[in-house]
Write a new protein. Structure first.
Length: 279
């Protein structure tokens, strides 16, 4: 019998080892493939606090805003078109409007303007009186005898948004110049009500103040201001305009309001001299 050579033996051994490795490796991979897969647990998500969205309340409409609404309503009245959405959308909006008064100084004895003040240096007494204007229903285009009660205040100088008295008056013009006739009031803030007992007049009583103020502390150089707070009314439309003298007349408008509070303030000191809630 022929003995295998060294070379042949080495080849046989190598082939055997290769076969063993092949069988072992295949079994290993086969075992991995057939073994049940272990799912890896994912970490629980960290709970997040809910996001809270804070909505800031809308800023109350001011003097400039009400004048702007009236200008748009006046244009619609003059052109015979409906009120624009910017005006109708203002219904229900809060407002805080300032009306300066007494800018020319204290009222004279016996004078009866609707908003006036006087200061008696001898007694150190400050007297202020504010009386709402009471209109007839037909003054605002309602049928006579069937319209609502209407009362409120004229907004003086509606061509300016300033909430302060104008600068000291200057001469209207050089001598020899014919004076210009100033137009009447064209803008009011008005509360319409079907209840004859409701309103601002408080049974015909004006808003009066009698307050002792030391002479050293008194400052009426800037007049006084009437602050009116409330909401633009929905019932009679946010702004109502009329042209009683015809189409050539500038429209007269009323911002329809539901008034909540009236204050009288001193602009020189920002002091609230008196306030009245309106119910």
């Amino acid at each position: 019998m022929r003995e295998p050579s060294i070379r042949t033996s080495r080849i046989a051994i190598a082939a055997g080892l290769a076969a063993v490795l092949a069988v072992g490796g295949g079994g290993f991979f086969l075992g991995r493939a057939s073994a049940p897969r272990v799912e890896q647990a994912l970490p629980e998500p960290t709970p997040q606090a809910p996001t809270v969205t804070r909505t800031e309340p809308a800023k109350p409409l001011g003097r400039a805003d009400l004048i702007g609404l009236a200008q748009q309503a006046s244009d619609a009245q003059a052109s015979g078109t409906p009120l624009p959405p910017t005006v109708t959308g203002a219904a229900g909006s809060r407002f805080d409007v300032v009306l300066p008064f007494g800018c020319a100084g204290p009222s004279e004895d016996g004078s009866t303007p609707s908003m006036r003040w006087r200061y008696d240096a001898a007694t150190e007494a400050l007297r202020i009186s504010v009386t709402p204007v009471l209109w007839k229903a037909q003054d605002w285009g309602f049928e006579e005898g069937k319209g609502p009660r209407a009362e409120g205040f004229w907004i003086a100088r509606p061509w300016t948004s300033s909430e302060r008295c104008p600068p000291s008056p200057v001469p209207a013009g050089p001598s020899g110049i014919e004076p210009v006739t100033l137009p009447g009031q064209t803008l009011a803030i008005t509360q319409f009500s079907d209840d004859a007992k409701a309103g601002l007049s408080r049974d015909g009583k004006p808003f009066n103040i009698v307050k002792r103020v030391r002479s050293d502390d008194f400052d009426g150089s800037q007049g006084f201001r009437l602050r009116i707070k409330g909401r633009v009314d929905r019932d009679y439309g946010p702004v109502r305009c009329i042209q009683p003298a015809g189409v050539e007349q500038r429209p007269i408008c009323a911002v329809s309001a539901r008034i909540d509070e009236i204050r009288i303030e001193n602009p020189a000191t920002d002091e609230v001299l008196a306030s009245w809630p309106i119910r």
